[in-house]
Design a protein. Sequence first.
Length: 285
Amino acid sequence: MNYYVLTLFPEMIENGMNTSIIGRAIAGGYLSLQTVNIRDYSLTGNGRIDDYPYGGGAGMVMQAEPICRAYEDLVQQIGKKPRVVYLTPQGRVFDQHMAEELAREEDLIFLCGHYEGVDERVLEEIVTDHVSIGDYVLTGGELPAMVMMDAISRMVPGVLSNQESGQYESFQDGLLEYPQYSRPEEWRGKQVPPVLLSGHHGNVDRWRRDQSLLRTLKNRPELLAGAELDKKDRKFLQALLDGSSARQDASESGAGCEGSGTAGLGDGTGLTPEEKKFLTKLLAF
C-alpha cells in the first residue's frame, strides 16, 4: 500500500505515521508514505496558498490551483490516477467496511484541508471520496488522514505480526470486541473469568461471542440491529432478555434468581427498559 498525503503540515503526518506498528510496516516495506507540501506549489512563490472567500464570510479558503498542481505532479509520478480521499465533516462516515475496501487499493491520495475549507472546483476536479471520521470539526485533515491510514494499514498483509489481530477485533464481524485479560489471574480482587482459564476453546469462543453481543447491545445497539445472528446468538440474547425480566420480577417479589442462562457474564448484564424494548423487537424477526 502506497500512501500520498497532500498537506500543509508534512511533518505532522510523518511524525505520526513513522512510529509503532505503522512505522515498522513502513520500514519493512509493507507500506510507503510520501507527503507533499502544498505550499511548494504556491502561485506567489512565498508559500501562500489561501485567499478570501467569494461572497464574504470569516476565514480563508485554500486555493484550487496549488492543490491541483500538487495532485498532477503526483499522478505523473505514480503513472495513474489513484483514488483521492478528501477529509471533511460533510463526507461519508469512515467505518471498518470502508477500511477493508480501501485496503484493496494499491495507491491512495489523501487531501488534507485547512482554514475554512477548499475551493469547491478542485474538489470536483480531483476528489473521488469525501470522508468524515465523525460529526465534529477539527482544525485540519491531518489527524483524520492518520486515523484512516492506521485503520486501513491493519488490513494490509504483513503489517500485523499476528494476522488474526486484524480479523477478530471490534467491528470486523459487525460487533464490538469482547473484553481482554492478561496476567495475573487476580488483580486487586478482580478475577479473570474462569472460562478463559479452562482451556476449552469452544467454550472460550462462545463466551467471547456472547460478550461481543452484550457489549454491542450496551454501547452500540444500532450495530447489533445490522449484525448476522445465528441460532446460538439469538438463544443467548433471549436468555439475556428472560434473565433480566426474571431478575426484575425476583427483585419485586423479594425472591432470588438463579439459572438465567447468563452466568459468567459479570456485572452490568441487567438491561435497561430501552435495551429490553430493543431486544424484544430484534428477536421478534
